[in-house]
Ligand binder design. Sequence first.
Ligand SMILES: Nc1nc2c(ncn2[C@@H]2O[C@H](COP(=O)(O)OP(=O)(O)OP(=O)(O)O)[C@@H](O)[C@H]2O)c(=O)[nH]1
Ligand SMILES: C[C@H](OP(=O)(O)O)C(=O)O
Length: 202
Amino acid sequence: MTDKAPICWALIPVKAPGEGKSRLAGVLDAQARSRLVEAMLTQVVEAARGSPAIERVCLVSDPTRRNGDGATVIQDAGGGLNPALEAAVMALPAPAPDRILIVAADLPDLSSPELTMMARVASNVIAIAPDRHGAGTNALSLPFAIAPEFRFHFGTGSYAAHRAEALRFGYTVETMLSEGLEKDIDEPADLADARSNFQEAF
Ligand SMILES: Nc1nc2c(ncn2[C@@H]2O[C@H](COP(=O)(O)OP(=O)(O)OP(=O)(O)O)[C@@H](O)[C@H]2O)c(=O)[nH]1
Ligand SMILES: C[C@H](OP(=O)(O)O)C(=O)O
């Protein structure tokens, strides 16, 4: 007899249209930033939809993002990224999944196999994908059962903070290192990584 495959949903937080990537304001005008944000979001949603390990894709965002891409939009409850994610966990439609996979929307090289790797971990594992500096968190995979108590620490030093939080719950931490997961686009110096994929955007 084979075990039933666990059900994983992706949660992709993304600011309302026109609001993201303020740190690029010195090098990209508002229109170019907006095009870049939307192009990266499309890439991340497609990667999630292409992963056989992900059953449903949820955007945590402003409801104006409702569109035809097949994603469920969970309204951003406000207060910043961590409170918005905590509220989104509580607002997921029933029946809840076994696992949630939070994925930043600014990963231009992200692929479906990388998300499958994050989703298909053992039930006692919390998987963390750090950014290229080993400091931030670009994706976080955790069992839904502990998600309401798990304190999200997205922001400066979030990799170490998420690791500590996972250990506090007695989970095993797996750190996932791969190119598409590592390369988020935050600062002007990161833009070279987005240019190859999204030349037309900016
Ligand atoms: N729904 C939601 N998403 C957020 C919020 N803050 C950040 N995000 C998303 O979380 C991911 C990582 O955020 P950041 O790297 O800080 O991106 P950003 O906020 O667009 O960039 P800056 O404006 O330069 O800080 C991106 O997909 C953001 O759109 C928030 O308050 N609500
Ligand atoms: C959300 C934050 O992303 P950054 O703004 O550092 O890309 C993080 O890595 O926890």
